[in-house]
Structures are given as C-alpha cells and as structure tokens.
Design a protein around this ligand. Sequence first.
Ligand code: IYR
Length: 224
Amino acid sequence: MTELHHPLNDFIEYPPEEMRRRAEANLIELRRRHSIRKFSDKPVAREIIEQCILAAASAPSGANHQPWHFVAISSPDVKAAIRCEAEALEQSFYQGRAGEEWLDALKPLGTNANKAYLERAPWLIAVFSQKRGGVDEGDNKTNYYVHESVGIATGFLIQALHHAGLGTLTHTPKPMSFLSKICGRDNDVDRPYMLIVAGYPDQDATVPDHALKKKSLEQVASFL
Ligand code: IYR
C-alpha cells in the first residue's frame, strides 16, 4: 500500500536575525512561567481552555496515536470532590508516607496538605494517558511511547496556558487513581497522568526563591 504524503506547506523560514530574536523572545516568555499555588477565583472562558487543549493535542506522539485525554473541570462539585480526595492523600503523604528525604526536598517550596486552589481555581485539567487506542475513532491498537507522548503534550498544554496569560500548577497527588472515578474514566485504557490547575494568579501569589534557581546552560547542555 502506498502511503500518502502532503507537501510541507506551512513551514516558515525566518531570516537569521529574526530567528535569533524569536528564540530569545520565547526564552524570555518561558522564563516568566512559574508554578503558582494561590489562584484567583476569577472565571476563565471555556474557549480559552479549549484552544489550549487543542494546542496540547497537536503534540507529536508515538505513531501519531495521540494517547491522551483531557478532562477539563470547572464544575464546583467535581472540583470539591477532587480537593477532598487529594487532601486526604496529601495528609498521609506529609505526615510521613513521603519519607524524610522527599519531605526535606519539598521544604523550600513550602507545600503542605492544604489544596484550597483545587476548588478556587476556575479550571482543573486532568490529563489521562491511554495504553491502547490508535488514530481513528474506535481503534483498539497498542499505543507506543505513551509516557513520552503524554509528557510532551502536557508540556505543550502548560506552555499554551502560560502563553494565553494564565497561571498554572502541575499537581500530582499520589496515588492519582481516584481521578479515574471522579472524571468518569475508570476503564482499562485510561490512566491518570497529571492534574493541571489553571487560572489567574491571586493578588498574593508568590514564587519560592528555590523555584527561581535555574541551572546554567553549561550545567544542562553539552555541545560536541
Ligand atoms: N503532591 C504533593 C507533593 C509534592 C511533590 C513534589 I516532587 C513537588 O514538586 C511538589 C509537591 C503536593 O502537591 O503537595
């Protein structure tokens, strides 16, 4: 069977100076992204979240199977249920389940079991990974590089939300299985991957100094 290909007709080649400018502008914009834990309850239109999810879903994935599902939650009842379950888990986590080393690592962030933002932020986006699927509706094929693919898509989602002008937090209550039931995705395919909190930062939102310590280029990269 011959495979159809399409000419690459939406690539834009920028003059070198413009490329430099764009790379720097993007870095500057991404360096303004900070995880925040105090959200305003100011509403955010559903259309914004839809666009950001579509941006996430444009990510590359194994065999283009797009092994992800995003559950966008603005319902106060569902947010309250998530907060209730998450806080119960976090309480045992912070009371010792995490172990001393992990709790020490979290000290500079000042996090604790109180997750008020899960109810206050206008949107929670539960990201699910799918071990089976395929590109066409109803497919039940093996998915490939699921963790990598969903990680990239989640990165795209965070970037899109930031670019739109929203604050975000990656939240990973452990274990996350309770999300499957609450989100109506308790099945053999979907697995909760991460919860993204999105909304406007509250007036008194802060960024821990620890989070501003970014490694230098020499520390994170080598050029051969
Ligand atoms: N899930 C917990 C703990 C936590 C773990 C890591 I690693 C962080 O970078 C931040 C928090 C919580 O949300 O508090």
